[in-house]
Design a protein around this ligand. Structure first.
Ligand code: NAP
Length: 288
């Protein structure tokens, strides 16, 4: 039997409805959530992502600003701008679009973002909080994956989850969030011998590599839930995932399509983080 293809559109639209209502409540108290997106240089894909993020903010009633800086902007200039946003009460979330030009050290820039406004959850303090299970900012893509699983009724506790990829943005925080949900978690990567033997044991398989169709039917246990984070644009220009969708959907019990599921969910979690940051800021102001 063919797998359930998880309907990302439906999930995103119901979560955005919740975010819209929370944003409206904050706005009614004079605390409209605000997000600033900073982009340095002319990277074409980044320009599209930034436009989509601003559009998504409009859609749920979040105030947004986009700052487009020239390629030759210095690290010191970028950091000075960030310090300004840190001090600006209108702004609850600061996002610096990656990639930055080579002369700017991305880590040094992220370190300057106020952790309370770090809606990407890249700041070492937020990464540390995630490790020790403290509430607060959650990384957008892995958080989106957890929401997809929960809202599709997939039981996580007690299940064997295998994460393919160990990046700081997806693989590692994904493993942390799955652990928090009481899965037994295995992480595999480019140095894992016989990866297939491990992925085949997964009840939940999350793939975040960046190689089109790396995961084939022989990597998947019958009945597994397969979440494809990959976004690859091969020569034909058609966006495709890390999973061979057509083959794997014949074996899995549920599978996410690419495009149309993890991508839009990631932006939605960015909106969630911004509204939650605004809500924490409003509470902190009341208690002062
Ligand atoms: P990344 O930083 O390049 O990390 C890729 C990971 O895959 C690394 O840990 C690497 O292992 C591992 N890997 C590479 N080849 C492998 C192989 N043959 N077998 C097993 N593991 C292998 O990439 P990323 O930032 O995590 O992104 C991964 C993918 O997700 C990309 O396609 C990206 O575009 C996509 N993505 C999508 C969203 C979204 O919103 N949908 C968000 C973020 C990322 P080593 O560590 O050993 O090198």
């Amino acid at each position: 039997m063919s797998a359930q293809v998880i309907n990302g559109k439906e999930l995103v639209s119901s979560i955005r409805e919740e975010i819209r209502s929370d944003a409206a409540a904050l706005t009614a108290q004079g605390n409209q959530p605000g997000l600033v997106v900073v982009i340095v240089g002319e990277d074409a894909a980044s320009q599209v992502y930034v436009r989509n993020k601003a559009k998504a903010c409009d859609d749920v009633g979040i105030y947004s600003e986009v700052h487009r800086l020239p390629e030759e902007t210095t690290q010191a200039e970028l950091i000075a701008l960030i310090h300004g946003f840190n001090a600006n009460n209108r702004i609850n979330g600061i996002l610096v679009q990656s990639p930055l030009p080579k002369h700017i050290n991305e880590e040094a820039v992220v370190d300057e973002i106020d952790p309370a406004k770090d809606v990407d959850c890249f700041h070492p303090i937020n990464v540390g909080n995630l490790m020790i299970g403290k509430d607060g900012m959650k990384p957008c893509t892995p958080h989106g994956v957890i929401e997809i699983l929960k809202r599709t009724g997939v039981e996580i506790a007690g299940k064997h989850a295998v994460v393919v990829g160990r990046s700081n943005i997806v693989g590692k925080p994904m493993a942390m969030l799955l652990l928090r949900e009481h899965a037994t978690v295995t992480v595999v990567h480019s140095r894992t011998p016989n990866m297939e033997e491990i992925t085949k044991q997964a009840d939940i398989l999350v793939v975040a590599v960046g190689k089109a169709h790396l995961i084939k039917a022989n990597h998947v246990k019958p009945g597994a839930v397969v979440i494809d984070v990959g976004m690859n644009r091969p020569a034909d220009g058609k966006l495709t995932g890390d999973v061979d969708f057509e083959a794997v959907k014949e074996i899995a019990s549920a599978i996410t399509p690419v495009p149309g599921c993890v991508g839009p969910m990631t932006i939605t979690m960015l909106l969630r983080n911004t509204v939650d940051a605004a809500s924490r800021a409003a509470k902190a102001n009341v208690s002062v």
